[in-house]
Design a protein around this ligand. Structure first.
Ligand code: RIB
Length: 301
C-alpha cells in the first residue's frame, strides 16, 4: 500500500535561496510517489507485486491508471476520490550533484479509509510481505500494518516522510528502512559519525522494531537486529538524480527477501540496485534485474 504522485521535476544549477527566483535548466513530468516507486522497483524483480493506492478523479489520476498498466506490477487496486486531487510532488534536482529537494501535496493519498483497505483485504491477508511508507494518512497506514501483522505478513516500513505518530506502531514493524534524516528524527540522535549512526540505530531498535536498515546515501547502509550490527559501503555510481534512490533500495530489498535471500545478500543487491537508479532521471525510473546482475559481477571482478 502506498502513494502515487505526479512528479514535476525541475533540474536546477543550484537550489534557490529564500526569496530568490532562478531559471530551471529543464522540467519533466514523471509518475512518482514513494509507494508507487517502491512497488515498481519490487515488480522489476518479482512477478507477484500487488499495489493498493488512491488517486483523484482527475487527469493525473488517469495518468496513474495508464502508468500502472504499463509497469511490471502484476495487479493493483486504485481507488478514485471524487473530492481530492491526485497527489503531486515538486522535485528540484541539482544538476551537478543529483541532490534533490521535494515538496509533496498528498491529496487523495491521505484520504484512504478503513473501508477501502477492507475492500482489498484478500490481497493484504494473502501477502507474504507488506511494504508501505508514510505518504498516506497515518490512521490508514496503522490499520493496514495491524491487519498485515495479524495475517502473518513480514511488515516493512519506509518511514518517509517521518511522522512521530508512527512510533506507537513500530513494535508491529519487522523491518524499518529509514534514511539518515529519518533515523535522526526517530532516535533523536544527530548522526554525524559511524558511532552516532550506531547509537541511533540501537535507539530505534529499542523502540520495538525487529530489524533496521539505515540508508546513508553515498556513505552506504547500516544494519542492526539487536545483536548483529553490519556496515555496508556504497557502490560507485555516475549520479544524475538521487530522487527515488531510497525507493529503489526498499523495493529491491522487499523483492530479494521474498525470493528467499538472506538479509546480507538482500542488502548488497539493493545497494547495487539503488546505485543504478541514481544514474537515471526520474524517481520512478527503476533499473532492470539484468543491469544489477552486471553491476554486481563488475564489483566482484
Ligand atoms: O522518493 C521520491 C518520491 O518522493 C517522488 O517520486 C515524490 O513523488 C515523493 O513522493
Amino acid at each position: 500500500m502506498g502513494s502515487f504522485n505526479l512528479d514535476v521535476v525541475t533540474e536546477v544549477e543550484r537550489f534557490p535561496f529564500i526569496g530568490e527566483t532562478i531559471k530551471a535548466i529543464s522540467t519533466n513530468f514523471y509518475p512518482g510517489g514513494k509507494g508507487a516507486n517502491q512497488a515498481v522497483a519490487a515488480a522489476e524483480l518479482n512477478d507477484h507485486v500487488h499495489f493498493f493506492a488512491k488517486v483523484g478523479d482527475d487527469s493525473f489520476g488517469t495518468t496513474a491508471e495508464k502508468y500502472f498498466s504499463t509497469t511490471k506490477i502484476s495487479s493493483y487496486t486504485l481507488i478514485k476520490d471524487t473530492n481530492s486531487k491526485t497527489g503531486n510532488a515538486l522535485v528540484m534536482v541539482e544538476n551537478a550533484t543529483g541532490n534533490n529537494s521535494i515538496v509533496i501535496d498528498l491529496g487523495a493519498n491521505a484520504t484512504i479509509s478503513k473501508a477501502e483497505i477492507l475492500s482489498d483485504i484478500n490481497n493484504l491477508q494473502s501477502a507474504k510481505i507488506f511494504l508501505t511508507q508514510l505518504e498516506n494518512n497515518i490512521e490508514a497506514t496503522k490499520f493496514a500494518i495491524e491487519i498485515a501483522k495479524k495475517s502473518g505478513c513480514y511488515v516493512i516500513l519506509n518511514p518517509a516522510p517521518y511522522s512521530d505518530q508512527i512510533v506507537s506502531h513500530l513494535p508491529s514493524v519487522d523491518l524499518l528502512v529509514p534514511n539518515g534524516t529519518e533515523a535522526e528524527l526517530i532516535s533523536n540522535i544527530k548522526i554525524d559519525s559511524v558511532i552516532s549512526a550506531q547509537e541511533a540505530i540501537k535507539a530505534i531498535h529499542n523502540l520495538g522494531v525487529k530489524e533496521i536498515v539505515m540508508t546513508l546515501g553515498d556513505s552506504g547502509a547500516l544494519y542492526f537486529n539487536g545483536s548483529t550490527m553490519k556496515y555496508y559501503k556504497a557502490m560507485e555510481a555516475s549520479v544524475v538524480d538521487t530522487s527515488g534512490a531510497g525507493d529503489a533500495f526498499t523495493g529491491a530489498l522487499a523483492a530479494k527477501l521474498i525470493e528467499g535471500k538472506n538479509m546480507d545478500e538482500a542488502i548488497k543487491f539493493s545497494i547495487a540496485y539503488a546505485s543504478l537508479a541514481v544514474e537515471k532521471k526520474g524517481a520512478s525510473s527503476m533499473p532492470s534485474r539484468t543491469s544489477v546482475d552486471a553491476r554486481l559481477k563488475k564489483e566482484r571482478m
